[in-house]
Design a protein around this ligand. Structure first.
Ligand code: SAM
Ligand code: SF4
Length: 322
């Protein structure tokens, strides 16, 4: 089992399949994707080899992310091949929900078990303002469809002061909708320092409100993501809080990342990725990748340095995969 020098075990891999995105979220790519859309992102064979190596090291859960993973036409093939790897119990996709109703059945048939959809506002006008796309009804339909297909559905909302920190519409929605909505504290990236200063608000404020209103913490499982989740008997849905600026956030870190170009990132905010791509080629034994990952894991630090505004190699989250 992969374990670092601080005793943390890594059950969870986030595998980015592309940097490209068609949305222009105000905290991520406000001017839209500016990179090279024709860049050679990892092929299905390379992604599967990476996933096989991590499964052999004890990884149980793989999340496909980006950029926008649904922009890859071979996403169903990638899901299908990863889903059949021995030891992988959960295959998840994080998506902006673009054309979700048309796509979700194919992904479910391929073996997808969980989907995380980003919705920063349940108000269509605000949603368009944040993302640049008037697609909220379509995305909500996609979520209904995903639930009907038996998938675990979670919604990600980046928590932004004076934008969506009034929870009235969220609470109304969760009364009858059995999904988990997770507020993610906005993280500072080198592209978005001003936005961060204007809109960052601690998830602790929301947590205090939830506890005061009778919400109760849910116990974590080993391959769970970083959210602290809460349930309430009067609500069908749950609320999660992802608070990277909270004390001890990194102590429960159980995940590693591989970028769409094959760099291993020990932390979202680590300086450099470690190039695994040469080791993902057909003529290289899987053991070479496993050795490299095990060796480099020793360099994983106890925590990120976001408090001193050091965002490492991260210009925006579409680069490495949020
Ligand atoms: N395009 C997909 C999506 O939006 O769901 C997947 C990639 S996106 C980078 C993954 C997650 O990171 C999304 O939930 C997004 O809201 C979140 N995210 C992006 N930039 C962020 C930031 N600066 N701080 C916190 N979360 C961020
Ligand atoms: Fe695209 Fe996701 Fe970034 Fe929004 S958060 S711009 S959907 S990568």
């Amino acid at each position: 089992m992969l374990q670092d020098t601080f005793g943390r075990r890594f059950y969870y891999l986030r595998l980015s399949v592309t940097d490209v995105c068609n949305f222009s979220c105000s905290y991520c790519l406000p001017d839209g994707y500016q990179g090279r859309p024709d860049e050679a992102f990892l092929s299905p064979d390379e992604l599967v080899k990476a996933a096989r190596g991590f499964a052999a090291m004890g990884t149980q859960k793989i999340r496909l992310t980006g950029g926008e993973p649904s922009l890859r036409s071979d996403l169903p093939e990638i899901i299908e091949r990863i889903h059949t790897i021995e030891g992988i119990q959960t295959v998840a996709v994080t998506t902006n929900g673009y054309k979700l109703p048309q796509r979700i059945k194919r992904w479910a048939d391929a073996g997808l078990t969980q989907i995380n959809v980003s919705i920063d506002s349940l108000d269509p006008i605000e949603f368009k303002h944040i993302t640049g796309h008037d697609r909220l009804p379509e995305i909500l339909d996609g979520i209904t469809e995903a639930k009907a297909l038996g998938l675990t559905v979670k919604v990600n909302s980046v928590l932004m002061k004076d934008v969506n920190d009034d929870m009235t519409s969220v609470l109304h929605w969760l009364r009858t909708n059995p999904v988990t909505l997770r507020f993610i504290e906005v993280m500072e990236t080198s592209d978005q320092e001003v936005f961060f200063r204007q809109h960052h608000i601690s998830g602790g404020t929301i947590k205090s409100r939830l506890l005061a209103d009778g919400w109760q913490p849910v116990l974590r499982k080993v391959a769970d993501g970083p959210a602290q989740e809460f349930w309430h008997p009067a609500f069908a849905g749950r609320i999660g809080l992802i608070m990277p600026y909270s004390k001890d956030f990194c102590a429960t870190c159980n995940r590693l990342r591989i970028s769409s170009l094959g760099k291993l990132h020990l932390c979202l905010f680590a300086e450099q990725g470690i190039d695994l791509r040469p080791l993902l080629q057909p003529d290289v034994p899987l053991s070479a990748m496993i050795d490299a990952v095990t060796r480099h894991l020793g360099a994983k630090k106890a925590g990120h340095d976001l408090f001193s505004h050091a965002s490492g190699a991260m210009a925006n989250l579409s680069q490495i995969g949020g």
